[in-house]
Design a protein around this ligand. Structure first.
Ligand code: ATR
Length: 290
């Protein structure tokens, strides 16, 4: 494969990611080496856009003929009213992580997070989703994409556990209505309420334990999970979360947030360029594998 990038010329097209903060984003490191390897004449940059400048930034992207961009925290919901069109996924999830800009400047908001999550889980989950209950922790923005991804994987029994029970109840009702083949239950974060013994998949979408001490809260007694349960912590990256560490220590299979990140990027890459992202190459690049 061609490893040297096409030279920057007047024809080079621009892609990027907006966020606040954005310096932590791995997306430039996902996209640029692949663009280079495939000889595609694009560059992917990170733009620090504060919420008060979101609309100006989006209009500027369209005016400059940027091909498309990703959005991360805190812009995923705020982008919705700025779009000309929404994909069904963005509409269902209520958030946008991928925008494409047509030649006429029309903005289409899409969401590739559910696809990314579903593809990552399909790589790691060895059971039968139709019969394996899921315990999903969190009911924020990330949970919405994950719930849609779980349905796409074929999971049918989904318990949504959240510190604020009403938020879990709202999600359970909304996803239950949209997905009549699956059952969604809202639970509080209490040990006796969480059906960990029967769970085939424990997925954390909350920011629980991201900051501060390494102790897992008492309601998360991982000894209650079966030996074949998969633990997916989408918030865990280079620095493992206490949940990921505790699950590894128990000998459980743990999936961190990287596979989901790579697969959501692959779908966005395809939307923008029409090309297929060589995911194995991205994994090798990011994990430093030869
Ligand atoms: P995101 O878009 O990343 O999902 P969010 O919408 O702010 O972020 O949601 C954060 C989630 O983490 C919520 O489910 C939140 O619980 P509440 O709905 O009760 O706020 C959860 N969360 C954050 N800190 C937590 C903590 N210390 N313990 C338990 N849950 C926590």
């Amino acid at each position: 494969m061609n490893a040297s990038p096409p030279p920057l010329t007047a024809k080079t097209r621009l892609l990027g990611v907006i966020g606040d903060p954005v310096a932590q984003s791995l997306s430039p490191e996902i996209h640029n080496p692949v663009l280079r390897a495939l000889g595609l004449d694009y560059r992917y940059l990170a733009f620090h856009v504060v919420p008060s400048e979101l609309e100006a930034a989006v209009k500027g992207m369209a005016a400059l003929g940027v091909v498309g961009f990703n959005a991360t925290v805190p812009h995923k919901e705020a982008l919705i009213p700025l779009m000309d069109r929404l994909s069904p996924q963005a509409e269902a999830i209520g958030a946008i992580n991928t925008v494409s800009i047509g030649d006429d400047g029309a903005l289409t908001g899409d969401n590739t997070d559910a696809y990314g999550f579903a593809t990552a889980i399909e790589e790691a989950f060895t059971g039968n989703p139709a019969t394996a209950p899921v315990v999903a922790l969190g009911a924020g923005g990330a949970a919405r994409a994950v719930l849609t991804g779980l349905v796409q994987c074929g999971f049918r029994t989904i318990h949504i556990a959240n510190r604020t029970l009403e938020k879990a109840e709202r999600l359970a009702e909304e996803w239950g209505k949209a997905n009549p083949d699956a059952t969604f239950t809202a639970l509080p974060l209490e040990a006796e309420k969480l059906p960990l013994e029967e769970a085939g998949l424990l997925v954390n979408t909350s920011s629980l334990g991201l900051k501060g001490g390494g102790e897992l809260p008492v309601f998360l007694d991982l000894a209650r999970l079966g030996p074949d349960a998969l633990v997916a912590d989408i918030a865990s990256f280079a620095k493992p979360t206490p949940l990921a560490l505790a699950a590894k220590a128990r000998g459980l299979t743990v999936q961190d947030g990287l596979p989901m990140l790579i697969h959501q990027a692959a779908r966005a890459f395809n939307i923008w360029t029409g090309a297929t992202m060589p995911v194995a190459l991205v994994k090798r690049n990011l994990l430093g594998e030869s």
